[in-house]
Design a protein around this ligand. Structure first.
Ligand code: TRP
Length: 454
């Protein structure tokens, strides 16, 4: 046990650090394309309901476990109940699956950053964003950018200069939020058809509802708030005893959701303005942000510069997340496999190459390769967000709900102040969350492999 864990200074320090890790490509890139794909308003509604009930409970639970045990996820689960140690291992595999494909997207962001900064943004807006499709279907360049991104992450972790990057990023985050807001307002006010997009985004249409909406929203919730992968346990282990877990969890959750909501408001109305809400444009998936944004910047006065600044900030948000993902994997590899830090770092780097290069090639040379009907990058995304994370969350609930007992978490939360949502917490952890996860998982597996549909 490490008694010398450093602590975050002050209340705001903890929330900022945790929110800094939570806000990333998940909010800006992933949330908008899922919302567009899964019916707009109905996805948003399901997401918000899940966030304030399930997401909140799981976040409180993970932070409390971390603060109480002062251990990393594997050690923490061992202390909670020996039989659940495997859940700690499960949690730590997730970042290893996420980091490689996260870096592929990080590479796309770098390409757009350099494109706009060198004044070539207009080239990226041609043919309704067809540039992006052409770009990722070329073999070499996306791989070079992916390598650059992952190498940069590795070098930063190697030299231990994360703190510097985090400082820059903290300063950029508020500007990013303001910029997203500005771009949304600009689009909505000046472009024909954008208002329909706003309506599509905020009005729930129940005919678009399916069990897949819930699965997608739940996976996104885990991903975006860095839950069910041990990250918040680790964060909690550094949290001071006099800071309210409940208030912090609420603040992180609200901040993360606001950023995601605004990113959707920036992208979905623009899709309507440029393509009239064409279902194909809405359903295009991971490329949505990259084909839509250059078109906005192209018509916006000063759009080239705003575009460059925007991609710079997204780049920093992505970089802080990739650093934190890599840190997590490296520290587990050092502890559990007894590797030296450098060996661990090099191994993680090589593993990222092995998993990341195919993710990138999945759009070009290997575009015909499908795993369970999914593209390679989508497959990794699916395995982590829709399979492993729900399973980890399920076992966390069972472990805390029935073995360690919710009181363990409640006592830790009440260390500072009365736990206002303690009833919600207990009911969520014991009954609602585990039952929902099982139902959702079973139906999604069935619908992936059979013709079963809900
Ligand atoms: N939550 C981050 C985002 O929204 C992504 C992420 C997933 C992450 N797992 C993480 C970030 C672990 C830091 C550490 O982009």
């Amino acid at each position: 046990m490490s008694d010398n864990r450093s602590s975050f200074t002050g209340k705001i320090g903890f929330v900022l650090a945790a929110a800094g890790s939570a806000v990333g490509l998940g909010n800006i890139w992933r949330f908008p394309y899922l919302a567009a794909q899964y019916g707009g308003g109905i996805f948003l509604l399901v997401y918000i309901i899940l966030a304030v009930t399930f997401g909140f409970s799981l976040m409180v639970c993970e932070i409390a476990i971390g603060r109480k045990t002062k251990l990393s996820p594997i050690g923490a689960f061992k202390v909670l109940d020996k039989r659940f140690t495997f859940a700690g291992y499960l949690a730590t595999i997730v970042p290893l699956i996420i980091l490689p494909y996260y870096s592929v997207i990080g590479g796309w962001v770098m390409k757009y950053l350099v494109g706009f900064a060198s004044g070539q943004g207009a080239k990226m807006a041609v043919d309704k964003g067809a540039f992006f499709g052409k770009y990722i279907s070329s073999v070499g360049e996306p791989i070079v950018w992916f390598l650059t991104f992952i190498a940069l992450t590795t070098v930063i972790v190697f030299f231990g200069v994360e703190k510097g990057i985090e400082k820059v990023s903290k300063f950029m985050m508020p500007i990013l939020v303001v910029l997203i807001l500005f771009i949304s307002i600009y689009t909505i006010v000046t472009m024909d058809g954008a208002w329909e997009g706003v309506l599509y985004y905020i009005t729930p249409d129940f005919s678009h509802f399916s069990i897949k909406t819930v699965l997608a929203a739940m996976g996104q919730l885990f991903y975006s708030m860095s839950l069910a992968m041990g990250i918040m346990i680790t964060f909690g282990s550094y949290m001071k005893k006099d800071i309210s877990i409940e208030a912090s969890a609420r603040q992180i959750e609200i901040f993360d959701t606001i950023v995601a909501f605004l990113a959707g408001l920036m992208i979905i109305p623009a899709v309507f303005a440029f393509s009239g809400g064409d279902p194909e444009a809405l359903g295009q998936g991971p490329g949505l942000m990259f084909s839509t944004l250059p078109q906005i910047f192209d018509v916006m006065p000063g759009g080239q510069i705003i575009g460059a600044v925007f991609f710079l900030m997204v780049f920093f948000a992505a970089l802080t997340s990739s650093i934190s993902l890599m840190e997590t994997i490296v520290s587990v590899a050092c502890d559990k496999l007894k590797l030296s830090r450098n060996t661990a770092l090099i191994s993680v780097f090589v593993l990222c190459l092995i998993l990341g290069v195919p993710s990138s090639l999945g759009y070009s040379a290997w575009s015909t390769v499908k795993i369970v009907g999914l593209q390679i990058l989508d497959f990794f995304d699916f395995i982590s967000n829709s399979v492993l994370m729900p399973i980890t969350a399920f076992f966390t609930c069972i472990c805390v709900g029935y073995f360690t007992k919710p009181k363990y978490v409640i006592d830790e939360v009440e260390h500072t102040s009365p736990f206002k949502s303690r009833r919600l917490f207990s009911v969520m952890i014991k009954y609602v969350a585990p039952i929902c996860i099982v139902l959702i998982l079973v139906s999604s597996v069935l619908s992936t492999f059979t013709s079963f549909k809900i």
